[in-house]
Ligand binder design. Structure first.
Ligand SMILES: Nc1ncnc2c1ncn2[C@@H]1O[C@H](COP(=O)(O)OP(=O)(O)OP(=O)(O)O)[C@@H](O)[C@H]1O
Ligand SMILES: Nc1ncnc2c1ncn2[C@@H]1O[C@H](COP(=O)(O)OP(=O)(O)OP(=O)(O)O)[C@@H](O)[C@H]1O
Ligand SMILES: [Mg+2]
Ligand SMILES: [Mg+2]
Lengths: 158, 164, 158, 164
């Protein structure tokens, strides 16, 4: 149990800092995991800390909405590095992000989509315009049903 | 591999049979409020075996298409097919889950390439392609992203244990 | 107790429908409150239902994120009609709204700001550009502090 | 009447004394993630007497400015002034709340036009200008708007009773 747990924990905590730096496009940001109980870690908790660019240590609870979103995405991709799933589905994760963070997150996902499928629901054109293809959904009044249109963006790329 | 196409039939706001796709490696879903974007994510989560309470429904029957303001037709059923493309073997696998009603009770059926299988076999087949539904660390439902960063240390340990 | 409760309930339930129609800019939308217990209403619950434009009755729980946001704002302004406060403070209430709903909500707030002060935190320029004045906040790296700039938009209106 | 101006001193991410305003009837607060927008709403809520747990703090001392990574200075204090303009009498009223630390314990002081008053008197003066802090139906904190529409029927009754 200890070995299993630690192999997961080690891999995730080694990768979270570089992923967070990459998403925030800033080497001054830091993210790390600390074990509350070193002997039997699975009995206690794991503290997650993320320090946004050009800030210093502060309790996770005091981060702003947008800062928490970026930290959460870094954690998710770090967990993925240990237990990779073939795809991600993200539903309006950009809701609390300012324009700068939307661009950072969209760029990161575009890069990651080389090796894993990312399906992203978004209302922001600065996000979804980076995708390779779009599914547009509308409510068809006549049939009282959702209907879809598919658009391959790769035809429009310069 | 990756999700190549979906076939949605009478699921939530999607009436009749609709084929959605092909999906690419970076795929976006867009549309106005209330159009059915989250319902499409629910459709993918449903075919992977995610439980109904996570899909904004209290019973299986809630997931079947129902015109606004009407009661559910006791004979109605719904089905989702997920076409999975394996990049190495260049072959498709069709994962399907459907809901049928019998004497007012709704139950799920699981099929792989049109053959009915037990849920355990279905879940194993998903594991083989790298999809561990129990961990769900690859699905972020609407409004839940911030909560991932605010988990208590104990919750984080539990999350790591499920995937260890 | 009955009279006090009912005077609040009556006023709120009379105004909620017209407010919801006004925000959604659509007469086919409907919103209403129903009492679970008519004799002693304060002992039971009040059911709130909102039916978005061109849809028919559906349980509130099945509404989408954006549809719930608009319904919530209608309820807030209806409650305000009974117990008016001199100002509202709204922190990124537009996060889940599509462009159409942002425009509707921003227009409604602009109209209401004739008789009540609305202080709105938003990341969307389509929303905050309708305000009369802006406070821009930035993090000053040198002093490690939030700093502000004030901008009177009325100088720029045509 | 309406909020005309704020004076923020050593509150959360706002260091030293800053005067913010004048505010108009439709006022917007903008800026990047983490700049301090929600902290400004917390400042207004604080001066109105909203309790600390609603302001993302566990103790009063959490609300005092602290440089990142450092311990709180045991002599530090903070203060918020809200300048209220009455449109009929065309007069200003200054509502002020501050936190002072004595022997490691932080306490609140309430002042109206620079005169210290008891909390009850302060709350009454706010009621006179139409601000019923207990009901809080005019403050929507970040991430809480959808929950207003998803309240249970009992919660809705409780909400109506507070303002009745
Ligand atoms: N079983 C069902 N039958 C028919 N319609 C349904 C069913 N379940 C849900 N709906 C409808 O689906 C709509 C919600 O769709 P969904 O939540 O996918 O919207 P969305 O596109 O994600 O919107 P948003 O951008 O606001 O999040 C609701 O209007 C609801 O009435
Ligand atoms: N007591 C304090 N002293 C100094 N800084 C603080 C204090 N409390 C909170 N902060 C800082 O304030 C920042 C958060 O500010 P706030 O929540 O107002 O951001 P915001 O502008 O609302 O961002 P978003 O758009 O992401 O919601 C955090 O980075 C936090 O470290
Ligand atoms: Mg949605
Ligand atoms: Mg904020």
């Amino acid at each position: 149990r200890y070995t299993l747990f630690m192999s997961a924990f080690d891999k995730i905590s080694k990768s979270i800092d570089s992923i967070y730096k990459k998403i925030t496009q800033n080497n001054s940001s830091r993210a790390y995991l600390t074990l509350e109980n070193l002997q039997e870690p699975y009995l206690e908790g794991i503290k997650f800390n993320a320090i946004p660019p050009s800030k210093r240590f502060r309790d996770m609870e005091q981060l702003s909405g947008g800062e928490k979103t970026v930290a959460a995405l870094a954690l998710l991709f770090a967990i993925h590095s240990f237990r990779p799933s073939p795809f991600f589905i993200l539903d309006e994760v950009d809701a609390a992000l300012d324009a700068g963070n939307v661009a950072n997150v969209a760029n990161y996902i575009q890069e990651r989509s080389e090796d894993l499928q990312c399906i992203v629901i978004s209302l922001k054109d600065t996000f979804y315009s980076k995708a390779r293809a779009l599914v547009g959904i509308y409510k068809d009044q006549k049939t009282a049903s959702s209907s879809t249109l598919t658009l391959d963006l790769e035809n429009y790329r310069d | 591999g990756y999700i190549e196409q979906l076939e949605v039939e009478n699921f939530k706001s999607y009436r009749d049979r609709q084929i959605i796709g092909p999906f690419k490696k970076f795929q976006s879903i867009i549309g106005p409020n209330g159009a059915g974007k989250s319902n499409l994510m629910d459709a993918i989560s449903f075919v992977l075996g995610v439980k109904t309470s996570q899909l904004r429904g209290s019973t299986l029957a809630d997931l079947i298409y129902r015109p606004d303001g009407q009661q559910l037709d006791p004979n109605a059923s719904c089905s989702i097919k997920l076409i999975w493309f394996n990049e190495e073997t260049r072959e498709d696998t069709v994962f399907q889950r459907r809901i049928v009603q019998k004497q007012g009770k709704a139950t799920s059926e699981y099929l792989i390439d049109a053959e009915t299988v037990k849920k355990e076999e279905y879940v194993d087949a998903l594991k083989n392609i790298g999809v561990l539904v129990k961990a769900r660390n690859f699905l972020v439902f609407q409004g839940e992203v911030e909560a991932i960063a605010s988990q208590t240390p104990k919750e984080l340990t539990a999350m790591i244990e499920t995937i260890a």
